[in-house]
Design a protein around this ligand. Structure first.
Ligand code: FE2
Length: 281
């Protein structure tokens, strides 16, 4: 009980937690193997959308993206293609991520994404009714792994008050060389700067507050070993640099909100009654 209170205190003070050895080698291997199977089964001719946070409104209004919230789809790295439209690397080394409902729809990811350990963690952090809206398998591919600029995850999960929490499971070592997370310690006490809203089938980023993003000196690298769980507060500014190294940086993420507070109907991820967002139990 005391450990849980200490964890919550630390989370509330810093806006993030680093929990080493949260995931064992067997679970890491099974998630990695399953992700490889999903990519192997993916036919690029089905769609060739590129995921980029630079040109977010355009990319995210793409129907392929907006309809991925209740299914499992692959997205290419922005730099996956050369000038002639061919892949620079093999397909397996060109996928930016898989998203966004494998935690409910894929048996291997669903098994990992539920259970008493995650339920207890969510409860320890004060979420009485966690609802998991999103899962992503992020590859951060060698050489072409794209940058994700400064942002706050609450931009994509509006609730009043903000309750979204990110679980970021390192499936490989993440360090400065291969594009680890960078955070602003304590930055969850700054305002929400942007809101991603969907309106008439198109998505756009709207500014909510003119507060500047952190300067370089305020950014702290979160270098972690495989198996570490990083927990992020929804208002914590964070980013990751491009991966120019020869090593990938795989991670699996879950985003949950507290079901006791209103969930914004303008959020891009919506669940209907026959496919509700569920908890960890
Ligand atoms: Fe994020």
């Amino acid at each position: 009980m005391q450990a849980a209170a200490a964890l919550k205190d630390r989370f509330e003070a810093d806006g993030f937690l680093v929990l080493p050895d949260f995931v064992g080698p067997g679970a890491i291997a099974s998630l990695r193997a399953r992700a490889a199977e999903i990519v192997a089964a993916f036919d690029p001719r089905d769609a060739a959308p590129v995921f980029s946070t630079r040109d977010e409104a355009k990319t995210k209004s793409d129907a392929y993206f907006l309809r991925s919230g209740t299914t499992v789809r692959c997205f290419f790295e922005e730099e996956a293609f050369d000038e002639s439209g061919g892949l620079r690397q093999s397909k397996a080394l060109s996928i930016n991520k898989i998203g966004h409902a494998m935690h409910d729809l894929d048996p291997v990811f669903a098994a990992f994404s539920h259970g008493p350990k995650l339920a207890a963690l969510a409860a320890d952090l004060g979420n009485a009714d966690p609802r998991v809206y999103q899962s992503m398998y992020i590859f951060k591919q060698p050489r072409i792994g794209g940058e994700v600029r400064w942002h706050q995850d609450a931009t994509y999960f509006s609730t009043e008050p903000v309750t979204v929490t990110t679980l970021w499971f390192a499936l490989e070592r993440a360090d400065r060389s291969n594009g680890c997370l960078w955070v602003q310690r304590g930055g969850h006490r700054t305002p929400l700067r942007e809101q991603f809203v969907v309106d008439a089938g198109a998505g756009r980023l709207e500014q909510r507050d003119a507060a500047p993003w952190p300067v370089e000196a305020e950014a702290e690298a979160v270098e972690v070993e495989a198996g570490t769980l990083v927990v992020l507060h929804g208002l914590l500014p964070h980013y990751s640099a491009p991966n120019r190294s020869a090593s990938s940086r795989h991670a699996y993420t879950l985003h949950f909100v507290d079901g006791r507070v209103p969930y914004d109907p303008c959020n891009w991820l919506q669940r209907e009654g026959d496919f509700p967002a569920q908890g960890f139990a």
